[in-house]
Design a protein around this ligand. Sequence first.
Ligand code: XMP
Length: 513
Amino acid sequence: MTISPVLILDFGSQLTQNIARRIREMEIYSEILPATLPASEVRNRNPRALILSGGPSSVYEKGAPTLDPSLLELGIPVLGICYGMQIIAHVAGGRVERAKVREYGVHLFSPSQKASSLWDSFRPASPVLMSHGDWIQDLPKGFHVTGSTETTPIAAMEDPERKIYGVQFHPEVTQTVSGVDFLSHFLKDICRITPNWTIRGYLDRHVEEIRATVKEDHLVCALSGGIDSTVTALLCYRALGERFHAIFVDNGLLRKGELEGLQADLTTLGIPLEVVDAKAIFLTRLKGVSDPEKKRKIIGKTFIDVFSKETRKRGIVRYLAQGTLYPDVIESVSTFGGPSTVIKSHHNVGGLPSRMPFKLVEPLRELFKDEVRRLGRELGLPDRFVNRQPFPGPGLAIRILGSITPERLSILREADAVVRDEVEKSPFSSELWQYFAVLLPVKSVGVMGDARTYEHVVAIRSVRSVDGMTADVHYLTPELLGRISHRIIASVEGVNRVVFDISPKPPATIEWE
Ligand code: XMP
């Protein structure tokens, strides 16, 4: 069954994903497409409504993204947000100009006297987020003004005949207090969409889809122990049973107890895990390597070598499942956004190369991270697992500054176990994005039991973040820091000093390498 989506045409706003998320939270399915997609492709998807996002351009600039006017004649409701409203005005014959008064930040919006049915949730002077340097000077034919702020006379407009609406503010952010009600009213009452997009429905649909794709063949999945690959595996296992193979490559760079924990969780869920012990080859290839990028490249390549060899052994396998998520898909189709400079070359199980002789199955490619977590719960993953902190593909290798040796790995593993244990006993651990130990490439002098020591230094990192793109330091309490330091120095041989990292991202990154 295909679901007719609400289509969001992306004109390059940083907030476009928020629109999709707000709509999905209403259990209505929405997808983001680049605004440059030909109108025929938009039509082919049979949308229930079109939403035009904001964007950084000015409609009158050369090369600014535009809208195919035929999309306004499809007979389906259209809502333009910020640039989205201006582009409607522009292509429908109105005039957009540089604003006499630009608005950035929260302003007070009032619906017009001749109120539109859209404003049920808005009282006069409702706070809304504005972010625009242009405004609509003249309305296109058929439109009237439906709201204004103190400084922007045309802050909302509509053509009720054709059900085309525009708002200058951003309803998709929390600063616009009635924003979600407004979107909900637009979709449910104006577009007459009945919410029917649930995680349960997604699960059932994708189990069917995987079965229909893989048919009688076998499918393999590389498990990393992270939430994305684990949920992918659970879904595939539910669809294929014995024709599903989960391979875990033990690269020797795991945290203390990690593999055992994963095995226990999967056994509880009835999923057989095939563990490949590749510790020796990873450690041999990493020997003497200190450069962070070299480490990442070696780990990525070695993973592919080991995984390819293992799958070749299982000749019957034709399909490979990957835990690609929706934000990765949008990034690769987005015309205006796209990844900026490579700060670190990330290695994930999800980044397996296309030259492998498999057909790809990506059952999470329509989901945001929080939806993956919900799907995980639906598939029986315990909360403890679903809420775990992220762990990078290259593992402890990028938390050991300098070269990686079995001795240094063992020191970091023990120190990290203390940090996790202590933080997890605290009431705020579920609010943290990550908390871990890092082994520094310096030794320092200390004194233990009257004797001079010259030993390793461990740093503690503890951060809050929404998506890992930026992060704030979470200052652990002096008591907790004291306990962690005391325990590490007392129990981890080779460490005589513990320090706390107080750098936010940016300018630092979360991982040290
Ligand atoms: P940075 O260090 O770039 O990390 O601030 C941001 C988030 O990404 C995680 N991270 C990785 N995850 N493969 C991954 O799967 C990687 O190579 C990798 N490098 C960093 C990091 O743990 C943090 O959550």
